[in-house]
Design a protein around this ligand. Structure first.
Ligand code: LP5
Ligand code: MN
Length: 245
């Protein structure tokens, strides 16, 4: 076991992109099993309409997590804006631990806040409104009782509405709000934040009350893999190649 903790996000796994799935499975078998822990910070799947959807891809992903956990590496999962309907059934099947939307962990002595990152994008008012509504427990309860074909149609409708509205939103609106980043970091009393969602991989230095702090943004897996490798010596944002498809 290496003294490393790994973070990934925004893989957007789908049946249509077997190259990303292959890269993910290789990462699980060759890297994650040697780490002390793996954190998946949301948007693992392109989208989810509930754990009861029969899906060979979801089963394959669950089996890869399970194998990793059984070899001694715990896997933690925070929902993204695309896979917030992943639930307890998938978590049990995969052996993963579901975490709340914001979580403070001890990362080799550094209190670190981890999250998907969408809650930081408060300038995107339309999205935040939509987010609030789709997190209502009773609405999710009702949604999960609809036939799968209905649910798939609703998801398709939301996806195309979202794609349309993204075309007219300026990039800045879809990025994090700096004041909100600082507010959340102060609220949780951390000087280190790790998130995904914006697909703008980077390590930012910022100052909170004149104290240096860092915000690490994970990349997506569209054209390469993105992995944050943390050890007691420090952290590094690394890329992984996708296999030729
Ligand atoms: O993920 P990304 O980067 O492409 O876009 C996000 C925001 N979009 C979303 C939508 C998801 O991508 C789609 C997920 C489908 C899940 C299906 C499950 C349904 C469960 C329902 C449970 C009750 O998250 C996008 C942000 C962007 O990130 C950047 O941060 O801007 O947000 C939007 O574009 C949202 C729009 O502003 C508002 C969309 C209104 C949808 C209205 C619903 C209409 C219903 C139609 C039904 C037929
Ligand atoms: Mn996202």
């Amino acid at each position: 076991m290496n003294q490393t903790t790994l973070f990934i996000a925004d893989l957007h796994l789908s049946a249509g992109r077997p190259d990303i799935t292959a890269a993910f499975l290789r990462f699980m078998q060759q890297e994650a099993v040697h780490a002390e822990a793996l954190y998946v910070l949301g948007d693992l799947f392109e989208f989810s309409i509930g754990d009861d959807e029969p899906s060979p891809l979801n089963d394959e992903v669950a089996a890869a997590f399970k194998a990793c956990v059984e070899q001694g590496t715990p896997v933690y999962f925070i929902h993204g804006n695309r896979d917030f309907m992943v639930g307890r059934r998938f978590a049990r099947q995969a052996g993963v631990i579901l975490l709340p939307e914001h979580k403070v962990i001890d990362l080799y002595g550094e209190r670190t806040l981890i999250m998907h990152g969408d809650t930081l994008c408060i300038d995107d008012a339309g999205y935040q409104r939509y987010r609030r509504v789709t997190r209502w427990g009773w609405l999710q309860w009702l949604f999960l009782r609809l036939p799968l074909t209905f649910r798939m149609n609703i998801a398709d409708g939301i996806r195309s509405k979202s794609a349309q509205s993204k075309e007219v939103k300026v990039m800045q609106v879809m990025d994090v709000n700096q004041a909100e980043v600082e507010r959340q970091m102060q609220r949780y009393k951390v000087r280190s934040l790790i998130h995904g969602h914006t697909h703008r991989p980077d390590m930012h230095t910022l100052y909170i009350k004149e104290q240096a702090a860092q915000r690490v943004v994970l990349g997506d897996w569209y054209t390469q893999g993105s992995v944050l490798v943390v050890s007691p010596q420090g952290m590094e944002l690394q890329n992984r190649v996708l296999p030729a498809s």
